[in-house]
Design a protein. Structure first.
Length: 59
């Protein structure tokens, strides 16, 4: 499968707990942190749930 790079561009402060846990499960911590992950259906669903906080690019 293709890989995608996700970057946290907005803070999780004042976000619902579910969104905070989703961002943490994606492996992101602070604003500006990036991670390359496989684009599986599970990851795509997590990214879609918090897409307003992320910047996604395909590798």
């Amino acid at each position: 499968m293709a890989q995608i790079q996700i970057k946290l561009v907005k803070s999780v402060i004042d976000r619902p707990e579910r969104q905070k846990r989703t961002v943490k499960a994606l492996g992101l911590g602070k604003v500006g942190s990036t991670k390359a992950v496989e684009n599986t259906p599970q990851v795509a669903g997590m990214v879609n749930a918090v897409k307003h906080l992320l910047e996604v690019t395909e590798l």
